[in-house]
Design a protein around this ligand. Structure first.
Ligand SMILES: [Zn+2]
Ligand SMILES: [Zn+2]
Length: 344
């Protein structure tokens, strides 16, 4: 089978011919039908994510059809439509047992980071790593549920504790941000999308953002314009979902939180820090929260949101398997509007 393998950090992926994997007792092999592409891919390939291992077949948003199951597998059979929860966890530690498996202390690996991923014709993972989805969701749509939609859901619902009708500021309306917009709207939130690219802002409106504001630096101008959109007595937004994560955007967005508000960090620039005044944070009881991927239980909820049409996965570009390096280049140049998928 074909696979796009990261052999050296900072170098293009290499198209390799590998053996089709055989499942052990508790494992399942799928034929990959689509694999979402993510900004994190660029950081993995550049060697900027701690703990990754090479060589590795990249791609952490795979979906496909089950073709082979191990002798002890009971929940899946050939022909099932599945996508991957990309955190392969121990299932036994305190965090796995309390539905917080993305912070598992004995992480076996992340698909496409340390464990071979979905930029390949076939993929093998433990049975427990797969989530089934119904016929009314396509493979391409399902591919982006595990990260782009799952991460959005975890950030808003679990970390941000979003309640209906609250105001959410979505910083960055790219691959993840467009899904944050939609999940927030599924909770009947009021959504303000902030971004740099007018085309992405237009897309955010199409997918439900109530208002969009163009991000500029210095940040005073957009902060003022967002404040102008708030109603008398709002005192700021309830939740900021930060998918951009530059020091400038984080420091600016803190100014937009209402007392008791929450900033949820989903995006980041590796190696940077931002400033926060602890007295201000104390007095305002503002919360700054990290949000890491999502849980498998949340993905089951995400499948329902998509199956019922409340969230529509935003796929804007398709690439064939050998084109992954070119796709990375387009992603780097900010030419991908929503999510791109690789179709073997
Ligand atoms: Zn990702
Ligand atoms: Zn664990």
């Amino acid at each position: 089978m074909r696979a796009m393998v990261l052999e050296e950090y900072g170098k293009p992926l290499v198209l390799k011919q590998l053996d089709v994997p055989k499942p052990k007792a508790h494992e399942v092999v799928i034929r990959v039908k689509a694999c979402g592409m993510c900004g994190t891919d660029l950081k993995i390939a550049a060697g900027k994510i701690p703990d990754t291992r090479i060589p590795v077949t990249m791609g952490h948003e795979p979906a496909g059809e089950v073709v082979d199951v191990g002798s002890e597998v009971t929940s899946l059979k050939p022909g099932d439509r599945v996508f991957a929860h990309f955190y392969v966890t121990c299932g036994r530690c305190e965090f796995c047992r309390t539905n917080r498996e993305s912070i598992c202390r004995n992480l076996i690996g992340r698909v496409g980071f340390e464990v071979d991923g979905g930029y390949a014709d076939y993929l093998k993972l433990p049975e427990t790593s797969f989530v089934k989805f119904p016929d009314n969701i396509s493979y391409e749509e399902a591919a982006v549920l595990g990260d782009a939609v799952g991460t959005a859901f975890h950030a808003l619902y679990n970390r941000g504790r979003l309640m209906p009708s609250q105001t959410v500021l979505v910083m960055g309306v790219g691959g993840v941000g467009l899904h944050v917009v939609q999940v927030a709207k599924a909770f009947n939130a009021r959504v303000i999308g902030v971004g740099r690219d007018p085309q992405k802002l237009e897309l955010a409106k199409q997918y439900g953002a109530d208002e969009v504001v163009q991000y500029t630096e210095p940040t005073d101008d957009y902060v003022r314009r967002v404040k102008g959109l708030l109603e008398e007595g709002d005192h700021g937004v309830h939740i900021v979902v930060e998918t951009v994560g530059t020091p400038a955007s984080m420091e600016a967005n803190l100014k937009l939180l209402r007392p008791g508000g929450r900033m949820v960090i989903v995006g980041y620039l590796p190696g940077t820090t931002f400033r926060v005044d602890p007295l201000w944070q104390l007095l305002e009881e503002v919360e700054i929260l990290g949000s890491r991927a999502c849980t498998k239980t949340e993905l089951q909820a995400v499948v329902k949101l998509v199956a019922r049409g409340l969230v529509r996965p935003v796929i804007t570009q398709r690439f064939e398997l050998p084109e992954v390096n070119r796709a990375f280049e387009e992603l780097r140049q900010n030419k991908i509007l929503g999510r791109a998928v690789v179709v073997p």
